[in-house]
Design a protein around this ligand. Structure first.
Ligand code: NDP
Length: 324
């Protein structure tokens, strides 16, 4: 049997229950992986609360790292004993071991620990697609990046620095701003005490930024649009403060022929080859030292409720993992 975190109904962290579940039989194209650590992501909160609907009951968690214990027919990129890590659908990674599709499971380089692997796959491949697969970005461009001291945020700060991109971060406390600056943000604005739209105008000589990467949603959306320069790109990729209300696209014209997109990682990694390429790019950023994976918090699997409370309560910085 296998300790697994499941929800039977949507709601608060008290809905997270640990139960014993069978691991299941291996089919073609699948692997069985024994987890060493699991990653915690804000999408897990949306799934638990019902903001991102799922069929219930449902095991939660989208990311983990561990050792391959068994390999199904047709799987050629992994073998028994390999170290591996993944971020992928379907949810169910908060557990000791699982059987799952192999396509998005990636061999983990020796220089990267299981803890780092579990902390980086979902957030790191997200940064990879934001900077390389969503809109053309080049050295010298300026990006506004919200929640810059979070899991995705601290990776984005370092990634931008490594590509010569100016990153203006925002965060909810002065301490979080200091952390974002330490990890490569060029500027960081405390959006709980400052008007970030005005400050971005000031910092860019009145021009605005080339791209906004906004995962905060409801509370930042409008000011984010107003922070763009003409022809700028709004990437809205999350809703930590709540979903963005319905929006009249015609407003993008007078605001300067702005562009807008709403991407998800799971489209970008749907193909095996794309996923493995993105993971290799991420691994190279980490093994070269350009990007450090900052694990701000570790919880035991049994403390998953506390972990969710901390993430949802804005009490975390960097990435968060559950140890198995
Ligand atoms: P974070 O570690 O960044 O945690 C979320 C942060 O959002 C908080 O720490 C907080 O930072 C900020 N925040 C602002 N308003 C609120 C609020 N009302 N309630 C809670 N938090 C708030 O999480 P992740 O790194 O896991 O994810 C970051 C974002 O990116 C999430 O929105 C997530 O859904 C999104 N995402 C989207 C993906 C995609 O492909 N579309 C893939 C991966 C992540 P502060 O206190 O500084 O404001």
């Amino acid at each position: 049997m296998n300790k697994t975190v499941v929800i039977k109904e949507f709601g608060g962290s008290d809905k997270l229950k640990i139960i014993d579940m069978p691991v299941g039989d291996l089919a073609e194209g699948q692997v069985r992986i024994a987890h060493k650590a699991c990653g915690l992501n804000f999408i897990d909160v949306y799934q638990r609360s019902g903001l991102a609907p799922l069929n219930l009951p449902q095991a939660l968690g989208m990311e983990a790292a561990g050792i391959i214990e068994a390999v199904g027919e047709g799987v050629t990129h992994l073998k028994v004993g390999d170290r591996a890590a993944y971020a992928s659908m379907p949810p169910g990674s908060y557990c000791e071991r699982r059987v799952m599709p192999a396509a998005q499971v990636c061999p983990l380089p020796d220089g990267i620990s299981f803890e780092q692997g579990a902390a980086m796959m979902l957030q790191g491949m997200t940064v990879q697609y934001l900077f390389h697969r969503t809109t053309p970005l080049k050295a010298g461009d300026t990006v506004l990046f919200h929640a810059a001291a979070g899991g995705v945020g601290l990776i984005a700060c370092q990634w931008a620095r490594s590509e010569g991109i100016t990153l203006i971060g925002t965060a909810g406390t002065d301490e979080k701003c200091q952390l974002a600056l330490k990890y490569g943000a060029t500027h960081c604005i405390n959006y709980n005490t400052e008007n970030f739209e005005e400050m971005v105008r000031e910092l860019t000589g009145g021009h605005g930024v080339d791209v906004v990467m906004d995962s905060v949603g409801a509370s930042t959306f409008e000011s984010s649009l107003n922070s763009l320069k003409p022809l700028g790109m709004m990437i809205t990729f999350g809703n930590a403060s709540g979903p963005v209300p319905p929006f009249n696209l015609a407003l993008l014209g007078p605001k300067g022929s702005l562009k807008i997109t709403r991407p998800t990682l799971f489209t970008h990694i749907a193909s095996h080859d794309d996923c493995q390429d993105m993971a290799r790019h991420l691994f190279s950023k980490v093994t070269s030292g350009e990007v450090e994976i900052v694990i701000g918090q570790e919880f035991a699997l049994a403390d998953v409720q506390k972990a969710h409370d901390a993430l949802e309560g804005r009490a975390t910085t960097g990435s968060t993992i559950l140890t198995v």
